[in-house]
Ligand binder design. Structure first.
Ligand SMILES: Cc1ncc(COP(=O)(O)O)c(C=O)c1O
Length: 390
């Protein structure tokens, strides 16, 4: 273990074997897949050559399936066109145009490489627009200082951030009013395990306007999944700024912050810039991903197949209530609640042994490459694992 060149095993914490399958005893070979060599559609091959049906889907970064041919072709053309250069690429403006056609409240957009960067940019723009510093956040917004209480974050930075409770309309109203004219921005994930209530969304919209703060929807998981325009589109709420990432380029590294023209104009009063933000491969991949999303009605497919999965999970809950205490999430992103940590570990390992990568925590994602038959096979595998444990 100490010979690993990447401290912590991998740079992506949620993909560590202990996160996916529970910690191994010292010297134990749990037989779980640890590193992969290839992925295609909804299937993955590990370093030992074993094949799996996957629901991790790169932590939601892939909605069309791995290596979607049209997206790959677009990426290959961008590689042939030189990837980067001395001038902004035509593709940057073309993608911005395509996004605002599908998500009209994204009037202007800036591209970055990671979700964390794009949410940080949204917060910066809100601080520029309001001249205020305080932030209320709800959900996970990435690893950067402005929203983290981790070791190494200055206390003065941490002091500017407070948590807003998801779906608690009264507490949300109170916290926004208390922060009042010190509040620059409210940043929320619009789905945290369950759907947002109408009341909570309304309080967010009305109360931020009341105190003159910016409302940001962090739709990094939900855009291109619940709808192309994410939860804002599905639930009919208009945030001031919206952050996109993950499935935007079907796995190629790209994120974006976009929204109202007047707020986005703040980019000229601050500094948001990154050398490789506009490299052509991810821009081309995103442009084609959007076309496929439209052509194949991808979000309709995700909802249909995800609903099939969700119903199956509820059935498992009913039949194995001693092991499974509930079902979390929504059709497009869901998981089981287990009665104990060791049960979730044994289920994840049992699924892997049957050729299924099923996350034991939030979230499992279906893609265009999953169909009802794939899901039925997975549910049978889960049923076998739970029955053997019961
Ligand atoms: C809602 C949300 N915001 C921000 C992030 C951070 O994105 P990234 O890991 O690309 O920096 C994530 C990643 O999981 C996320 O789910």
């Amino acid at each position: 273990m100490s010979d690993w060149r990447v401290p912590g095993f991998t740079s992506t914490a949620s993909l560590r074997p202990d996160a996916l399958f529970g910690g191994a005893e010292p010297g134990e070979d749990a037989g779980v897949p640890e590193r992969m060599v290839r992925a295609s559609g909804c299937r993955v091959w590990d370093a030992r050559g074993r094949e799996y049906v996957d629901y991790v889907m790169a932590l939601g970064a892939v909605a069309l399936g791995y290596g979607y041919p049209d997206v790959n072709r677009a990426a290959e053309q961008a590689i042939a066109a030189g990837v980067v250069g001395p001038l902004p690429p035509v593709l940057e403006e073309e993608l911005a145009e395509a996004l605002s056609r599908r998500i009209p409240w994204i009037e202007r957009v800036r591209f970055l490489k990671t979700g964390a960067e794009a949410v940080a940019a949204a917060v910066r723009l809100a601080r520029v627009a309001t001249g205020r510093e305080q932030v209320l956040g709800c959900g996970y917004h990435g690893w950067l200082d402005w929203c983290q209480g981790a070791d190494g974050v200055p206390a003065s930075t941490r002091a500017l951030y407070a948590e807003l409770p998801f779906n608690d309309a009264d507490a949300t109203r109170r916290l926004i009013r208390e922060a009042g004219d010190r509040l620059a921005v409210v940043v929320v994930e619009p789905v945290v395990v369950v759907e947002p209530t109408r009341e909570w969304l309304e309080v967010l919209r009305v109360e931020t306007q009341r105190v003159g703060a910016v409302l940001v929807f962090d739709e990094i998981k939900t855009a291109f999944r619940l709808a192309i325009g994410g939860a804002a589109e599905r639930f009919g709420v208009r945030p001031d700024l919206m952050v996109l990432g993950k499935a935007l380029a079907n796995g190629f590294p790209l994120a974006a912050v976009g929204g109202r023209t007047d707020l986005m104009a703040g980019v000229s009063r601050t500094w948001i810039s990154s050398t490789l933000a506009t490299e052509g491969v991810a821009l081309a991949a995103a442009k084609t991903t959007l076309e496929v999303m439209d052509r194949e009605s991808v979000c309709v497919h995700l909802h249909r197949v995800g609903t099939h999965l969700l119903h199956g999970l509820h059935r498992l809950h009913r039949e194995h209530g001693d092991l499974v205490t509930g079902v979390g999430g929504i059709a497009e992103m869901c998981f089981l609640h287990f009665a104990a940590e060791h049960i979730s570990r044994d289920v994840a390992r049992g699924c892997a042994a049957r050729g299924v990568l099923f996350k034991r925590t939030a979230y499992n994602f279906v893609s265009l490459a999953h169909d009802e038959g794939t899901v039925d096979g997975t549910l049978e595998g889960l049923e076998d694992v739970l029955a053997a444990m019961g």
